[in-house]
Design a protein around this ligand. Structure first.
Ligand code: ATP
Length: 354
């Protein structure tokens, strides 16, 4: 295991009382693999990443990266990790190239080496045309790529990606996934946090679902989906008067109780073997002379996983508890601090380098 964490605990004090961000979380990541931490807003994903990247200390528990203790030897840990956060930690007024060069200098690479590495990353991330333009003219996708490139300046053994594609359009998301896949193929270990099941699906060997600061499920994407029913069968009735009878048919093959839409014409149920269940249901519905507008099956979505595992929906619009008694840094300042910390540098040095 390149990452081993046990019993990670963190309680924040807020005006409305203590917030148990992590409640004894265990995590193991095998070398050269991608592990996704999946969870709704406030589940504790960022707190795990902050602990493992030495930005905050756990109240209790231990974490080791490549044999190095994150609490006792934070500087050594920072030399082998890269971090790309939710908000691109880039300087708006510098060009893409200059941003990467600056990160190299913060890592004490030396001028020539920092410029060489910056150019390699500009090429790797296909930012050649944009590399010499100030970041303020970059699209969201380009910003994310530059930020990720910044996390790779030192060729980290472990790369932490905190919601790397939140807010990106589907094309930019796929492009970023491709870059991450290439890094993994070259041997980088990745710990990724995401709210998107599809992202975990695309990238992760293994997924850990967390909620309320603890692990509530773990496995490959297929295992998790199978756990909540491999498929969902969905039928649309011609006549809502058939609702009760149709519901009974679906219940026969479902792995849980069917849900019925408010107008009574849409019925959905989780099943373990989708194709067989669908065929059986269609035969039974025909025998019962129930007419359908439509019928089909689909894979579970993130909402399905959460609904089953946590009893509540993955509410992507949920807000964080902002009633923290400690003053909050702006998103930009947080990003700078994270980058400086990753570079083992005082945040104020960022200003000096500029
Ligand atoms: P998101 O998807 O919104 O980034 P997350 O899963 O990363 O969520 P965390 O940011 O780790 O969640 O937060 C876990 C819990 O700890 C939340 O309830 C959050 O409000 C709380 N929390 C995080 N940082 C602080 C802080 N500095 N002070 C008080 N509470 C905090």
């Amino acid at each position: 295991m390149i990452i081993e964490a046990q019993g990670l605990t963190k309680t924040y004090q807020s005006k409305s009382g203590p917030v148990h961000a992590l409640a004894g979380l265990d995590l193991q990541v095998p070398r050269g693999t991608v592990k996704a931490l999946l969870g709704p807003n406030g589940a504790g994903k960022t707190t795990v990443v902050k602990m493992l990247t030495t930005l905050i200390r756990p109240d209790a528990g231990t974490a080791v990266i490549d044999g190095i203790d994150v609490v006792r030897q934070p500087k050594s840990v920072r030399r082998i990790i890269g971090v790309s956060g939710q908000y691109a930690a880039v300087d708006e007024n510098l060009t893409g190239f200059e941003n990467l060069e600056m990160v190299g200098r913060l890592y004490h690479l030396g001028g020539a080496a920092a410029r060489k590495r910056a150019q390699e990353l500009i090429d790797l991330f296909e930012l050649t045309a944009a590399g010499n333009r100030p970041v303020k003219g970059f699209s969201g996708g380009m910003r994310r790529r530059i930020d990720l490139a910044g996390a790779l300046v030192i060729n980290p053994k472990v790369l932490f990606l905190d919601e790397p594609t939140t807010g990106l359009d589907p094309r930019s998301r796929i492009a970023l996934w491709d870059v991450i896949k290439r890094l993994v193929a070259d041997g980088t270990t990745v710990l990724l946090t995401t709210q998107y099941l599809e992202e975990a699906d695309q990238l992760a060997d293994d997924i850990v679902v967390i909620d309320d600061g603890r692990v509530i499920a773990e496995g490959t994407s297929d295992q998790l989906k199978a756990q909540i029913g491999g498929h969902r069968v969905v039928v649309a009735l011609v006549d809502s008067a058939d609702s009760g009878a149709a519901r009974d048919v679906l219940a026969r093959y479902g792995s849980s109780a069917p849900s019925v839409s408010t107008d009574g014409r849409g019925i959905e149920v989780a099943v373990t073997d989708g194709p067989t269940a669908l065929q059986n249901m269609l035969a039974d519905l025909r025998a019962a002379q129930i007419n359908l507008h439509d019928a089909g099956m689909r894979r579970p979505t993130l909402d399905d996983v959460f609904l089953r595992l946590t009893g509540h929906k993955a509410d992507l619009s949920a807000t964080d508890d902002d009633s923290d008694s400690t003053p909050k840094l702006s998103k930009r300042a947080q990003a700078r601090r994270a980058q400086a910390s990753a570079a083992n540098t005082d945040p104020s040095d960022l200003e000096k380098v500029k």
